[in-house]
Structure formats: structure tokens, C-alpha cells
Design a protein around this ligand. Structure first.
Ligand code: ADP
Ligand code: FRU
Length: 288
């Protein structure tokens, strides 16, 4: 089992399940409400933890009542929070989510008012016992410095970067990692309509990296550094009930396989299977 550090966010997710997406300016009643911890990096870690890995979260945690809820959830999955920075003021990043139970779609309004995890926070972490380092692609300038430091102190440590949202200059990070995990949203932002063409274009910017892109109900694509293109279909569950965190689960599946030295084709189909299973259940608990 691998020792994995994930740098990114933990959020409070307020999820209202509705029976059909509302019209603008409508008033609808939610079928139910769930309040739980979310956030890409920590979602990925709770799946990795269930797969048997030893996981540590590096991010900003706020010491307020909703922060406690986040800590309890992470403790439930035995996620080590020793690499976190603690803020005594402010509010944990919060997502207001409409989950449409007819098709499992999730619409997110995200609010944050807390500083980002930065280079000074990262510098304090001992990287020497790690087998894998994973970053959420945010706070580009500081992340660039974190990547540089990782290279200096642990040159052999494999690093993955999640590129989910378009962010100014994020492409400057692409050459610094072994694995790039793109989202369909990112590809579509640059007008790509299929994952294969998108990854082939990205390879020019990151020839050293293995490239992966999840593509919703179509499954996912991957591109080896030698140019071999891989595809896996999605694995639909009997009923799609909750797609929130499907991409984070997919990423966990990729990292799990790569930590076990499995090949990229195996990793891709494992990731799609795991993400499909997640879509058939509420949340992440009991996924494995
Ligand atoms: P995100 O959660 O970032 O929006 P995607 O929608 O691309 O990510 O989904 C990630 C992965 O989850 C996909 O590659 C696919 O394997 C799986 N997935 C997503 N939606 C479904 C679905 N409706 N049925 C089965 N698998 C799905
Ligand atoms: C799902 C998720 C939610 C969170 C939001 C942050 O991928 O991590 O849990 O609220 O995205 O962008």
C-alpha cells in the first residue's frame, strides 16, 4: 500500500436533492438534504484510503463548527491531517449543490473566503516517506514552487496533477509532473469535443507525462508518452443516483493502479469501473 499526500481542498457540501432541475426564479422543495465534507483532493483521498492506502491531506482547515464536521469525516477514513494549515478565522469553503435525482447531475455554486494553501505551508512537510504526491490544479504560482521543491528534495517521487478547471497559466505546471488528470470541462473550455484529440494536443505541452481525461458517460481516455492512445467505456450502475465526486473517484482509481505499478490501460478501466460504481450510490462510503 502506498503513502499518498494530496494537496487541495476540503469543503462543506450542502446537497439538496431535487426531482428535476428547477427553472430560474422558481421555488421548489428538496426531496432531502445532506450536509457532508467534499472537495476534490479530499474526495480522492477518502477513496484511496478505502482502497487501502495511507493518506495525508495538505490544505487549509478552518477551526469553526463546519470545520469540525470536516475533521470528523476525514478521521472516519483515517486521513492524516498533519500537513494542514489551521486558520482560526473565516469559513470553510462551502458548496451549495443541486443534485437532480432524475439523472444524477450535480450543479455546484461554490463560495470561498479563506486563504489558499501556499508554498510556506508545503515547505514544512516532510516528503521523504511518501510514495505518491497528488496536487489539485489551483493557486498556480504557489503550486509551481511546490513542484519545484518536490523535485529538489525528492526527485524520484511520482507526482500527479489534477487539471479540472481552466486557470490562468496552469499549463506552466504541465511539464513538472508524471501524470496529468484532465477533466472534460477543461477540454471543452478549449473547444475540444473528444478526449482523444484533446490529449493528443496536450501531449505537445507535456511530452514527459502520462495523460488522462475523464469524459462523463463516455468513460475516459489516456495517452502514453509513446503516443499509444487508450480508451475505456463508462460502467453505468443499475441506477445513476449521485455523480458528485465521480471525477475525484476516477482520479483515485488511476492513482490506485499506478501506485500498484499496473499499466495505464488497467488503470483507466479500473478508474471507470470505480467511478461508475460511485455514481450508483450516495457519497463515497462503502465504495470498496
Ligand atoms: P466530474 O465528476 O469531474 O464531472 P465526469 O463527469 O467526467 O467527472 O465523470 C468521471 C468519470 O465518472 C467518468 O470517466 C465515468 O467513468 C464516470 N461517470 C460519470 N458519469 C457517469 C454515469 N452517468 N454513468 C457511469 N459512469 C459515469
Ligand atoms: C466534487 C467537489 C465537491 C466540492 C466541489 C469543489 O468534485 O469536490 O465535493 O464541493 O467539487 O469544487
Amino acid at each position: 500500500m502506498a503513502s499518498i499526500l494530496g494537496i487541495g481542498i476540503a469543503t462543506l457540501d450542502i446537497i439538496n436533492t431535487v426531482n428535476g432541475y428547477p427553472e430560474e426564479d422558481a421555488e421548489v422543495r428538496a426531496q432531502n438534504q445532506r450536509v457532508c465534507r467534499g472537495g476534490n483532493a479530499t474526495n480522492t483521498l477518502v477513496v484511496l484510503s478505502q482502497l487501502g492506502h495511507c493518506c495525508t491531506w495538505g490544505g487549509v482547515w478552518v477551526d469553526e463548527p463546519d470545520g469540525q464536521r470536516i475533521l470528523e469525516d476525514l478521521a472516519d477514513y483515517a486521513i492524516d491531517i498533519g500537513a494542514c494549515r489551521v486558520e482560526s478565522q473565516g469559513k470553510v469553503p462551502t458548496s451549495y449543490i443541486i443534485l437532480n435525482q432524475c439523472n444524477g447531475s450535480r450543479t455546484i455554486v461554490h463560495y470561498r473566503d479563506v486563504p489558499e494553501f501556499n508554498f510556506a505551508d508545503f515547505e514544512a512537510i516532510n516528503l521523504s516517506a511518501l510514495d505518491w504526491l497528488h496536487f489539485e490544479g489551483r493557486n498556480v504560482a504557489e503550486t509551481a514552487r511546490m513542484l519545484e521543491r518536490s523535485r529538489q528534495v525528492c526527485p524520484a517521487l511520482p507526482i500527479s496533477l489534477e487539471v479540472e478547471k481552466p486557470r490562468s497559466q496552469i499549463e506552466q505546471l504541465f511539464t513538472q509532473v508524471e501524470v496529468l488528470l484532465f477533466s472534460k470541462v477543461f477540454a471543452q473550455h478549449y473547444a475540444y469535443t473528444d478526449g482523444a484529440t484533446f490529449l493528443q494536443a496536450m501531449q505537445q505541452q507535456a511530452p514527459q507525462a502520462r495523460l488522462i481525461c475523464a469524459w462523463g458517460t463516455k468513460g475516459g481516455y489516456a495517452l502514453e508518452t509513446n503516443g499509444t492512445l487508450l480508451y475505456s467505456p463508462a460502467f453505468p450502475p443499475p441506477q445513476v443516483v449521485d455523480t458528485l465526486g465521480a471525477g475525484d473517484t476516477f482520479n483515485a482509481g488511476i492513482l490506485d493502479s499506478l501506485c500498484h505499478q499496473q499499466d495505464l490501460a488497467t488503470a483507466l478501466s479500473h478508474a471507470c469501473r470505480l467511478a461508475g460504481k460511485k455514481c450508483g450510490q450516495v457519497g463515497f462510503k462503502g465504495l470498496i
